[in-house]
Design a protein around this ligand. Structure first.
Ligand SMILES: Nc1ncnc2c1ncn2[C@@H]1O[C@H](COP(=O)(O)OP(=O)(O)OP(=O)(O)O)[C@@H](O)[C@H]1O
Ligand SMILES: [Mg+2]
Length: 338
């Protein structure tokens, strides 16, 4: 059992697709950012169990993904989801008497209204102190990058709802761009491709599975992933059909989305001060977030941006690892906690 003491601190990465909760040392929760209500508006399921019910439930259930584009889109569902997840985390914690500090990641490209929605949602948990931490900074800390030096460090976080591209120096964000070209958009592109080019309607979970299995941004991969058999419905007849798709077709589908990420990265490099750009050309660019796991990302970005690319080996956890680091040493990271 994970030890939980009085005034427990909590780091939250309320991701578009996955919510992760950690204390200073342990991962306490990591499941889909989903909630399902029943017809009486009671919570029927949260997390991975709720995700499995999407596109498979009847009218009696209302499945909700409360985050869109990496921010809270449905406040009531988001607060219900967070509270239920926290209650799972603190179940069986007899010595628990409330939260000390809560640190939560938030995309940098958020409005004050979006930030306030997250603050209000966290305040419902009754912490003594509550901080927000910009996700690209958390990701950099989680990757073990020293962000305190007067030296440019460039991060690309390809998440589920948003891709954020930043240059950091002296613990601050010097240049920044974001795009919606991220995991959810990749899934939609795959669904559109099947509908338009193959005449097959597939669900979003099937599209995500295709991306995970044969997702690629390069035509030539070595070794090549095995093709994936996909089931869907024929657009004209409605009859169930199957189709076998390989990574080359997906590389074509995802190409435009990656062009948008590359354009943003180029803009960030162009708009940052020249000394920092020189640092990036020397130090390279760090890529994290679930999109970093798509095959061929390193080679494609190296060829388009002409800069060394480092792929985070555990890109799904960098933000929560970074947020948890700030819990361990709040004095040191005071300047990045908002
Ligand atoms: N092996 C993989 N290959 C390709 N994509 C993947 C892989 N594993 C996860 N993903 C995708 O990564 C995305 C989730 O990444 P991540 O957990 O970084 O996002 P998030 O933090 O929930 O979202 P955001 O940062 O936008 O709020 C999803 O779209 C998921 O489908
Ligand atoms: Mg994220």
């Amino acid at each position: 059992m994970i030890p939980f003491f009085k005034n427990q601190s909590l780091a939250i990465d309320l991701g578009n697709n996955t919510t992760r909760m950690t204390d200073a040392d342990n991962i306490l929760y990591s499941q889909s950012s989903c909630i399902v209500f029943d017809s009486k508006k009671s919570v029927k399921a949260i997390g991975d169990e709720a995700y499995k019910m999407f596109e498979k439930s009847h009218r009696g259930f209302q499945p909700v993904k409360p985050l869109k584009g990496g921010v809270i889109a449905d406040y009531d569902s988001a607060t219900a989801m967070i509270q239920k997840m926290v209650s799972v985390v603190r179940a069986n914690k007899s010595r628990f008497s409330g939260f000390g500090q809560i640190v939560s990641g938030i995309p940098y490209s958020t409005t004050e209204v979006e930030r306030r929605a997250l603050r209000d949602a966290l305040d419902l948990l009754g912490p003594r102190k509550r901080y927000l931490l910009f996700e690209p900074i958390a990701a950099a800390l989680g990757m073990g990058i020293n962000i305190e030096q007067p030296e440019g460090k460039m991060i690309i976080d390809i998440g589920g709802g948003i891709t954020e591209i930043v240059i950091l120096s002296l613990s601050g964000i010097v240049a920044f761009q974001s795009t919606k070209a991220a995991g959810d958009a990749f899934d939609t592109l795959i669904q559109d491709y099947f509908r338009r080019q193959r005449g097959i309607i597939i669900g979003s979970q099937t599209a995500e599975r295709i991306k995970l299995k044969v997702g690629s941004v390069l035509y030539d991969l070595n070794p090549e992933p095995s093709p994936e058999v996909v089931s869907g419905k024929d657009i004209k007849t409605g009859i169930p059909v199957s189709y076998t798709i390989g990574h080359r077709e997906i590389a074509g589908v995802l190409s435009r989305a990656f062009e948008s990420i590359e354009r943003c990265a180029q803009n960030v490099l162009e708009t940052c001060p020249p000394e920092l750009a020189a640092d990036i050309y020397k130090n390279g660019i760090y890529v994290t977030g679930g999109g970093a796991l798509i095959q061929g990302v390193k080679a494609r970005l190296e060829s388009s941006l002409q800069v060394p690319i480092y792929i985070d080996p555990t890109p799904l956890e960098s933000v929560s690892r970074g947020a948890s680091l700030t819990l361990k040493n709040p004095q040191r990271y005071r300047s990045v906690l908002v």
